[in-house]
Design a protein around this ligand. Structure first.
Ligand SMILES: Nc1ncnc2c1ncn2[C@@H]1O[C@H](COP(=O)(O)OP(=O)(O)O)[C@@H](O)[C@H]1O
Ligand SMILES: [Mg+2]
Length: 705
């Protein structure tokens, strides 16, 4: 059968009982990891909004009660129209089944239970909460024989409800009728004394095995309760003391004001019951002044024996006095209270040494759990780790032995510490078709959600590019995997790199994950070398990551290598240069004996030098016997104007410089005679010589190295 879980928290495990108002389940609180009792209101009640409101109200009030003899109410809730109340699960049985099984309970047991019921009622009455439905089935008895009173106030919701008159409501009234006080049946004021009357009926039934009143039908029963005097339980073969019989009789008075004034008063009266000799020697039950003293005596004697000493003769206590009113009573009260405290301490010690049980540690920290165990006298604690679907990692999920199991002295209790929910590694579905991936993950027990698409440089568009958690990450069983399809690579917007240096451009693109490649080097005048002149794609174009931007880079203005012109004719030289974007500059004729006329014998700059585009190359051409074709202007004799200053010293100057200096001084270079190598030639001498003032301004230069 599938688990029924209310509000993702309370699992209904097994039906444990049915009352007039609710069906009761043993259940489990998945969050706090503890057993609970879940009372699911019968549908007829759930359907009545006013009833539900009152039920909630009463349950909330009951939840405020915290007392060792009151069943703790944990929660009230609603699921699909079912209203439920969650309370402490009390393993054991109800007083109803105990009476049914045993017939009659001994006085000592009845008194012990009576005290605990009184303690519960006193606590509730102090909070101005009446029980209104004290009956044996609402008195739960734990396996440790502790009384826990259930269903405080809940009956109020029923009483006030229209259901009290209906079929299902009648059951409730019927179940509780024998315990109803006369004033409840006659419409009188319901007070604390009404709870005390019900207690009287319960005590009567405990010791007599039958209830004080009976009837052939509910009406007859109600009449008897209202009218007939209550019998003495001893007349119904109860074997109890007169004192106890007196207490029961007073609880069953018709007039509420004739009963005890409060549950506390009943408790005081119960404490005065002299110990019955036949009863068992269970120390914690008895608060008579002799009981703890006797235990102390026994312990003292035992200690002495263990220490090898003679038993200490404690003076015998006088027999308990017959209780009289007045001061004696006050003293007795103090002694009783003291004795009770001692008894409780002794009982706790005994419990810790003889009856250690594993406490509920689930959800606690390791340190807290160990401290708790130590305080209970359990010193040997081990730790075992393992996954747990609910308990947070690092906290205690359980124990071995488990909750409530007995622990022998010296036995080890192992804390089962959660490592968090069991996990599975998320499988790798990257690169798969979404449908396949989803199918695969689902088959592995994961829930799958489709997330936003993402760019991927490596995974093709439309395939799974990412999962969250990532492949290989641990994920709780049944956890959710979000998978994202690839949008393909994210495109990079190309920036402008024109006018940057090639180096700067390469770095800028690299930062964006792009590469740079030089398409060509172009020389442009006025633009220095290594400057990006153009780019493709252009600015704001886009590229996949890792893509390449092609650029043209300036080769710089001095980018043309001057060709070797020497040996060529002047015409051939002119053609060679124009093919390279260069031109012929000054042409000077020179008498070079061994070179055919018209041949270039020298050039400036020389071959292999780098010049800017459009630069002019000066050349010296062999004149030979005839006038060179390329220098007609210079072949004509210089003008006849007479120089006024002597020929300046141009020795050692390059040809160009020497020419400039001479011309500024009114001379004309007539011929250049190359002596030796023409390359990088300097003026070796002039004709007429430097410092003379010839009649003609024509000067011949002899150059060489
Ligand atoms: N907190 C509880 N822990 C364990 N058993 C319970 C608890 N509350 C009720 N029960 C069991 O469920 C039965 C039905 O309870 P309930 O609906 O209160 O009806 P009633 O009190 O009239 O018997 C009880 O008789 C008892 O056996
Ligand atoms: Mg009940």
């Amino acid at each position: 059968m599938a688990d029924v879980i209310y509000n993702e928290r309370y699992r209904l495990d097994a039906k444990i009982g049915e009352g007039g108002m609710a069906v009761v389940y043993r259940g489990y609180d998945l969050i706090l990891r503890r057993q609970v009792a879940i009372k699911v209101l019968r549908p007829a009640f759930s359907a009545d909004a006013a009833f539900v409101a009152r039920f909630d109200f009463e349950a909330q009030a009951a939840a405020k009660l915290s007392h060792p003899n009151i069943v703790t109410t944990y929660d009230v809730g609603k699921v699909d129209g079912d209203h439920y109340i969650v309370e402490e699960y009390v393993p054991g049985e109800t007083l109803a089944t105990l009476i049914a099984r045993q017939g009659r309970l001994p006085e000592s047991v009845a008194v012990r239970y009576a005290r605990q019921i009184c303690a519960a009622l006193a606590a509730a009455h102090r909070q101005e909460l009446l029980h209104r439905d004290i009956k044996p089935s609402n008195i739960l008895i734990t396996r440790e024989d502790v009384v826990r009173v259930a269903d405080f106030g809940i009956a109020h919701a029923v009483d006030e409800s229209a259901f009290a008159d209906r079929g299902s409501g009648e059951d409730v009234v019927l179940g509780s009728l024998p315990y109803c006080a006369p004033e409840v049946l006659t419409g009188g004021r319901v007070t604390e004394a009404s709870d005390l009357y019900s207690l009287g009926v319960v005590l009567f039934e405990m010791v007599a095995g039958v209830r004080p009143f009976s009837g052939t039908d509910p009406d007859a029963l109600a009449d008897a309760i209202v009218r007939d005097p209550a019998p003495d339980p001893r007349s119904k073969s109860a074997e109890i003391s007169a004192h106890f019989a007196g207490i029961i009789a007073r609880l069953l008075r018709k007039q509420p004001e004739q009963r005890y004034g409060s549950a506390g008063e009943v408790l005081a009266a119960l404490r005065q019951i002299v110990r019955v000799p036949a009863e068992d020697d269970d120390a914690e039950e008895e608060a008579g002044p002799d009981a703890p003293t006797e235990i102390l005596r026994r312990r003292a004697r035992q200690t002495m024996v263990e220490a090898g000493a003679k038993p200490l003769e404690l003076p015998a206590l006088p027999p308990p006095p017959a209780w009289r009113a007045g001061r004696t009573l006050a003293y007795a009260g103090i002694i009783v209270a003291l004795a009770l405290v001692i008894a409780l301490v002794v009982a706790a010690r005994q419990a810790s040494s003889h009856d250690m049980r594993v406490p509920d540690l689930s959800g606690k920290s390791i340190a807290e759990s160990i401290a708790t165990l130590h305080s209970l006298g359990i010193d040997n604690v081990a730790i075992r780790q393992g996954p747990d679907p609910i308990v947070q990692g690092g906290l205690v999920a359980g124990t071995d032995p488990s909750l409530n199991q007995r622990v022998a002295p010296g036995q080890t209790v192992t804390l089962l510490v959660s490592t968090g929910p069991p996990t599975v590694d998320v499988p790798n579905v990257l690169g798969q078709e979404p449908n396949n991936a989803q199918e695969f993950l689902t088959a592995q027990g994961f829930l799958v959600r489709v997330g936003a698409k993402v760019h991927s440089a490596t995974i093709r568009q439309g395939l799974i590019a990412a999962t969250n958690p990532a492949p290989g990450s641990p994920l709780g069983k049944g956890g959710t995997v979000v998978m994202s399809e690839s949008l393909g690579p994210a495109l990079v917007t190309v920036p402008n790199v024109v006018s940057l240096t090639e180096d700067e451009a390469r770095k800028m693109l690299a930062k964006l994950g792009l590469k740079l490649a030089v398409n060509s080097q172009v020389s442009v005048n006025n633009i220095p070398a290594d400057i990006v002149l153009s780019q493709d794609p252009s600015e704001r174009g886009s590229l996949a990551p890792g893509g390449t931007v092609m650029v043209d880079v300036s080769a710089g203005p001095a980018a043309i290598e001057v060709p070797m012109l020497v040996g060529q004719t002047l015409d051939a030289a002119r053609q060679t240069l124009s093919g390279l974007g260069l031109s012929i500059g000054n042409v000077v004729q020179a008498d070079v004996p061994d070179k055919p006329p018209g041949t270039v014998v020298s050039q400036t700059p020389g071959a292999f030098a780098r010049v800017a585009q459009g630069a002019a190359i000066d050349v010296v051409v062999s004149a030979g016997a005839t006038t060179g074709p390329a220098a007609p202007a210079q072949s004509s004799p210089p003008s006849s104007s007479a120089p006024t200053i002597p020929i300046p010293n141009v020795i050692g100057m390059p040809l160009d410089q020497a020419k400039g200096v001479l011309e500024r001084n009114g001379y004309q270079v007539n011929r250049v005679i190359v002596a030796g190598s023409a390359t990088d030639a300097k003026v070796l001498s002039t004709d007429p010589p430097v410092g003379t003032t010839p009649s003609s301004n024509a000067v011949n230069l002899i150059i060489g190295r």
